[in-house]
Design a protein around this ligand. Structure first.
Ligand code: NDP
Length: 279
């Protein structure tokens, strides 16, 4: 029987744990504040920002919303970030991506002080992950590790294959699996014979960004398959990078889309916000 990993339930469990922690911190007089900055009004970004604010409200984290016009200059945004960096009442800073084309994302993200970089995108946090030092970890891959652990799936010693090597998903995902003592292979668009590589996987993490690309012939019998992909078709229906219907019968466990990895990203963002006040 294939286990369907319930990301909604696991993310709720994490949010409830964090809510209790935040209530305890409040009793000790510690408040947590997250500054959320959106430039322009891309509709998808507005939905993500709204969901983040709602999660903050649920957990008891104060959120400060900065809704800046599309024509905001890079320097204006950097000036705001520098002000928030210095503001001791602000614990976390999040800049919703993508930014308008005239703003250099790397320069903006590098401006946020690493301690407040709750998205885990600052080079110092990425470097810390690489060498096993403490720091904020990119939320989506951190969420995948929680899905595996909280579903009782052992990572140590397992063959783990990650499809995708992006800075926000594939690379940190691979480093986290390595940290959990998995034997990790990273596949990408230049991988020769992808199916031959992915069929080695006990744990297959798919972050390829192509709807339903991974079909049954890429998957070993009994593998655990985690689908990071998220796509909306013309009718507005969501699907992942994995062809769920053909792959699920072959797996021991699989994440659905929606309701798998997606809800975990915000839960881990909230986790990173709470971490900012932990000594
Ligand atoms: P990117 O487009 O940045 O990266 C995709 C990766 O897949 C690249 O490394 C690319 O290789 C590789 N790739 C592309 N085509 C192939 C192929 N045919 N064979 C093998 N590898 C291939 O995507 P992201 O990492 O940002 O996101 C991946 C997916 O996860 C997307 O569907 C995205 O929407 C979703 N996502 C979901 C989140 C969530 O909260 N659930 C959060 C973030 C992303 P190369 O490097 O060689 O180009």
């Amino acid at each position: 029987m294939t286990k369907i990993i319930d990301g909604k339930a696991i993310s709720q469990e994490i949010k409830d744990e964090l809510k209790a922690q935040v209530a305890e911190l409040k009793e000790q007089g510690v408040e947590i504040t997250l500054a959320v900055i959106q430039v322009g009004n891309d509709p998808a970004s507005s939905v993500y920002v709204r969901n983040k604010k709602n999660a903050c409200a649920y957990i008891g984290i104060q959120s400060l919303a900065y809704e800046l016009p599309e024509e905001t200059t890079e320097q204006e945004l950097i000036d705001l970030l520098e002000k928030l960096n210095k503001d001791d009442t602000v614990n976390g800073i999040l800049v919703q991506l993508p930014l308008p084309g005239h703003i250099n994302e790397d320069r903006v993200l590098d401006t946020i002080v690493p301690a407040k970089d709750v998205d885990g995108f600052h080079p110092q946090n990425v470097g810390a992950l690489c060498i096993g030092k403490p720091g904020h970890v990119s939320c989506t891959p951190a969420g995948v590790i929680q899905l595996l652990k909280r579903s009782g799936i052992e990572i140590a010693g397992k063959e783990c294959v990650v499809i995708g090597r992006s800075n926000i998903v594939g690379k940190p995902m691979s480093l986290l699996l390595l940290r959990e003592n998995g034997t990790v292979t990273i596949a990408h668009s230049r991988t020769a014979d992808l199916a031959q590589v992915t069929k080695r996987a006990d744990i297959l993490i798919v972050a390829v960004g192509r709807p339903k690309m991974i079909t049954a012939e890429y998957v070993k019998d009994g593998a655990v398959v985690i689908d990071v992909g998220i796509h909306r078709n013309a009718e507005g229906k969501l699907c992942g990078d994995v062809d769920f219907d053909s792959v699920a019968p072959k797996c021991s466990a699989i994440t659905p889309v929606p309701g798998g990895v997606g809800p975990m990203t915000i839960a881990m963002l909230m986790h990173n916000c709470v971490r900012t006040v932990m000594k």
